[in-house]
Write a protein that binds this ligand. Structure first.
Ligand code: NAD
Length: 496
């Protein structure tokens, strides 16, 4: 059986301890992944520290050229990488290609780094004195990433970190680890020097070693909220800069003036795409006023039309969940919702796919009359379950969303500009879609939620990513002419 190794200093590194990697569509173990700890993290830090000496001195042009070559390789290998992701995650190959494209956009952003990283210059701020600023890399930085986007989420991090002159250690999810090694090989083909991009596989032991290692300057984390809080606390207490993105419960509000067919179509795709395993998945539809009955009727029809099957089969809309435990958790949540009084309009439990009876499949579930007291509303289910909550007014919908502990994404479906403006100004959520169900920002903006969806203060990629992976210097310069009399004073300097 194939064992997926670490990737340190440009070469695979085996390990003795391993964990299974499943094919979620068949339920079969298809590979093993090595599990690293303090020793592997230390080896990666040593390689990255040595590489930083030369990489941080390389020219901006050289770093951008590597990114151009890397970008081209991502285009050429999109199908291959998409299939690798689909086989370990379960999502459809097309969906996996979509995440590669969205991740590649971050590479495209840093291909224009020359413009993005320009400092500023102020002439003659005082007589004979100029001021300019510039930003420099931090050193060795680490990224810890979730299973649900094994290519895109790491791509939110490493292209920016590397292009700005840092060296990088990725600790991907142990559930779908192969994409990280494939990307490491693409970087090598693109001409990235060995040791600049490293991969340490593993779970808590590897993470803890990264959070405490004195050679690591900064940690980027994306995953569930409890682990985001833990990572933020541990890494900051060890003197590191941290960005930590957490979980979500994303609401799509539908006003009675919305085109219900359009809204239901987009909410269905946003709820069940990637089997609901997206941090921007729509998990709650908030039906306002007399939109509710008609909306639920269309949502029911569309949920029943979703084609569930293996991610590599043509025509599949939605694949299996990532693990058997995830499948059981989601199906139990539907049962609990029914017991707590929700109406199960579409029941996805117990779905069997011909020829894939052991796969981790569950069908789309649609729950109506869900209230904020129910577990199906309070918990991030991270599966293909859409809960409909009914309210009377837009203001009630806004208050409901603002009372939720998460604040990652939200959407409003309406034909009213006034309602849209009121919503986007009052809502306590970081990413907002107006008639857009999954409003993931483009790479030249930054991605991040509010409240429990983002711990600390740093969103990811875009301008915030550049800021996160660099620190500023401000230089005040005077070049006096030899004959010029410049007298020093003992009072605090002010400009003249
Ligand atoms: P997770 O929190 O279980 O794992 C994320 C990473 O942390 C993995 O690399 C994992 O190995 C590591 N980890 C897990 N348990 C740990 C522990 N006890 N100590 C130290 N490290 C640990 O998340 P997941 O199940 O892989 O991914 C799904 C979660 O990620 C969902 O909550 C989803 O909303 C969230 N997510 C958020 C965003 C965002 O941008 N806000 C994006 C994608 C996913």
């Amino acid at each position: 059986m194939n064992t997926i190794p670490h990737w340190i200093n440009g070469s695979p590194l085996p390990g003795s301890s391993t964990a299974p990697v499943f094919n979620p569509a068949t339920g079969a173990e298809q590979a093993r992944v090595v599990l690293g700890g303090a020793a592997e993290v230390d080896a990666a830090v040593q390689a990255a520290t040595a590489a930083f000496e030369t990489w941080s001195e390389s020219s901006l042009t050289q770093r951008v050229q590597v990114m151009f070559a890397f970008r081209q390789l991502l285009v050429e290998h999109e199908e291959e990488l998409g299939r690798i992701i689909s086989a370990e995650h379960g999502k459809t190959v097309d969906d996996a290609r979509g995440e590669i494209t969205r991740g590649r956009e971050v590479v495209e952003y840093v291909c224009g780094l020359g413009d993005v990283l320009k400092g500023s210059f102020s002439d003659q701020v005082s007589r004979g004195i100029d001021v300019h600023n510039f930003r420099q890399p931090l050193g060795v930085v680490a990224g810890i990433t979730p299973f649900n986007f094994p290519a895109m989420v790491p791509l939110w991090m490493h292209p920016i970190a590397i292009a700005t002159g840092n060296t990088f250690i990725l600790k991907p999810s142990e559930r779908d680890p192969s994409a990280a090694n494939f990307v490491a090989e693409l970087y090598q083909k693109a001409g990235l020097p060995d040791g600049v991009f490293n991969v340490v596989h593993g779970g808590k032991d590897a993470v803890d070693a990264l959070l405490t290692h004195p050679g690591i300057e900064a940690v980027s984390f994306v995953g569930s909220t409890p682990i985001a809080k833990y990572v933020h606390e541990q890494a900051t207490s060890h003197g590191k800069r941290v960005q930590a993105l957490g979980g979500a419960k994303n609401h799509a509000v539908v006003l009675p003036d919305a085109d219900l067919e359009f809204a239901a179509d987009h909410i269905t795709a946003g709820a069940y795409g990637s089997a609901g395993e997206r941090c921007m998945a729509v998990s709650v539809a908030v039906a306002v006023g007399d939109a509710a009955d008609a909306l639920v009727a269309v949502l029911e029809r569309k949920a029943n039309e979703v084609q569930v099957g293996p991610g590599d089969a043509p025509g599949t809309d939605m694949g299996p969940l990532v693990t058997k435990a995830a499948q059981e958790r989601v199906e139990n949540a539907v049962g609990t919702a029914a017991a707590q009084g929700a109406t199960v309009v579409v029941d996805g439990r117990g779905l069997k796919i011909d020829g894939h009876e052991e796969g981790f499949f569950t069908g789309p579930s649609l729950l109506d009359h869900v209230t904020t007291e129910m577990a199906a509303y309070q918990e991030e289910l991270f599966g293909p379950v859409l809960a409909v909550v009914r309210v009377d007014t837009l203001d009630q919908a806004i208050d409901l969303i603002n009372a939720n502990p998460y604040g990652n994404g939200t959407a409003l479906f309406t034909a009213s500009g006034e309602a849209a403006r009121r919503f986007q100004r009052r809502i306590k959520v970081g990413m907002i879609g107006i008639n857009v169900p999954v409003p993931v920002p483009m790479s030249y903006y930054s991605f991040g939620g509010w409240k429990d969806s983002l711990i600390g203060d740093s969103p990811i990629h875009g301008p915030e990513g550049i800021r996160f992976y660099t620190r500023p210097k401000v230089v005040t310069t005077r070049w006096p002419q030899p004959a010029q009399q410049v007298t020093a004073g003992f009072t605090f300097p002010t400009s003249s």
